[in-house]
Design a protein around this ligand. Structure first.
Ligand SMILES: CC(=O)SCCNC(=O)CCNC(=O)[C@H](O)C(C)(C)COP(=O)(O)OP(=O)(O)OC[C@H]1O[C@@H](n2cnc3c(N)ncnc32)[C@H](O)[C@@H]1OP(=O)(O)O
Ligand SMILES: O=C([O-])CC(=O)C(=O)O
Length: 373
């Protein structure tokens, strides 16, 4: 095999054919099954989008109700499941607790070794049904709080937010949270989706693929950035504080969390723009226009100084803050929203599988020999 040029970070490398989604950078469109994700996020709700990704079409009223009722039947976790979380050290990060929960679900699924599209869809729906319970209640358990039981009278995403905060959300809160789940739902081939597909390509099961994806998503260069953004905003405290902090970070050549993207790099992430608008509405509602102004100031500075634009995590973080969501749950929520996208990718991988097994450009020594004895 002759030497081939390595693309660091597989930048620009095409990993697979897919019918799920595509980042059309030229036209600034995130294509999801033929639709524009932003238009979907403005017009439909999260469960409609789940229907689109799993069934291939937007639902009518009957399809919507039947998907919601199928999910509700699967809300409950196996008996004594929360004991798992009470055994973990109190310091365990919410992402690690969630990863443990998803991994543990594998043993309860009699269909685990069935990789057919129908069985994989059932399994992905089960994870989707149970993920609000795992995210909210692994956290509550680790905090020494009582689990918040699901309220099946609420719509799926409203119930998710309710289980996190323990309070029934207002319409504005519920709609904003639902929209955030939509913009986080699927994004072509990020590191976590690639991880899931690589794992699935060994014919491993969907729980294994998703557990691996959680580990990938936790990293601060990926999903972990939303938490880091909120810590930065809290450290900055004020609009002027934001200027000071960012200039200091730039002087120290630090990466500023929530900015830049492998694919958008020179353009604003359209999902960030939608969350920016959502933040404005919430900030006005809460009398926290200062938080919105801090974010705008940060956006201006990083564009002027580095030519970089915010990604989704930059504006999702303050949105979650104003929804009274604890910061350690920001990345688990990102993952929960992405279960649908990951599920679709594992289904597609198993339906037309070839093992991922690339080669290397070896740069180490050759011809060495161990000494005898
Ligand atoms: C929803 C999501 O998961 S979106 C991603 C969330 N992650 C973040 O917000 C973390 C901050 N951002 C970053 O670290 C990067 O922009 C990434 C990881 C998202 C993309 O990285 P890559 O495509 O690999 O770009 P790379 O790391 O090579 O950066 C290219 C250049 O831009 C600079 N750069 C990129 N992002 C940033 C940033 N956020 N702050 C400061 N400089 C940056 C790099 O320092 C580098 O400069 P150099 O060429 O002078 O060394
Ligand atoms: O696409 C990426 O590399 C990261 C990202 O924005 C996402 O996963 O939503």
């Amino acid at each position: 095999m002759g030497e081939q040029q390595v693309k660091a970070g597989l930048d620009g490398v095409i990993a697979t054919d897919t019918e799920i989604s595509y980042l059309d950078v030229e036209n600034e469109e995130i294509v999801l099954k033929g639709y524009d994700l932003i238009e979907l996020a403005e017009k439909i709700n999260y469960l409609d989008l789940v229907h689109l990704l799993f069934e291939g079409s937007l639902p009518d009223q009957r399809g919507r109700l039947s998907m919601e009722s199928a999910l509700k039947k699967e809300y409950a976790l196996p008996e004594n499941f929360f004991d798992l979380f009470s055994m973990l050290p109190k310091e365990t990060h919410a992402m690690d607790a969630m990863r443990t929960g998803i991994s543990a679900l594998a043993g309860y699924d009699p269909q685990i070794d069935d990789r057919s599209t129908a069985a994989n869809r059932d399994k992905a729906l089960k994870v989707l049904a149970k993920i609000p319970n795992i995210v909210a209640n692994s956290y509550h358990t680790l905090q020494g709080e009582n689990p918040v039981p699901a309220n099946p009278d609420l719509p799926y995403s409203t119930n998710f937010l309710y289980m996190i905060t323990g309070k029934e959300p207002t319409n504005l809160e519920a709609e904003t949270f639902d929209q955030s789940l939509m913009v986080y739902s699927e994004h072509e081939m990020p590191n976590s989706t690639f991880t899931a597909r690589v794992i699935a390509s060994t014919n491993a099961d969907i729980y294994g693929a998703m557990t691996g994806a959680v580990s990938s998503l936790k990293g601060p260069l990926h999903g972990g950035a939303n938490e880091a953004v909120m810590h930065m905003l809290l450290e900055a405290e004020t609009v002027d504080g934001m200027s000071k902090l960012l200039h200091e970070k730039l002087r120290n050549k630090e990466r500023v969390m929530g900015f830049g993207h492998r694919v958008y790099m020179k353009k604003m992430d359209p999902r960030a723009l939608l969350m920016k608008q959502a933040l404005h509405k919430l900030a006005v509602d809460r009398g926290r226009e200062d938080l919105y102004e801090m974010c705008e100031r940060g956006e201006d500075i990083i564009r002027q100084e580095k030519g970089l634009y915010p990604n989704l995590d930059y504006y999702a973080a303050p949105v979650y803050y104003l929804l009274n969501i604890p910061i350690p749950l920001y990345t688990p929520i990102f993952f929960a929203a992405r279960v649908v996208g990951l599920g679709a990718h594992v289904i597609e991988q198993h339906a037309n599988n070839r093992l991922y097994r690339p080669r290397v450009n070896y740069t180490g020594p050759r011809g060495l020999h161990p000494k005898n004895g």
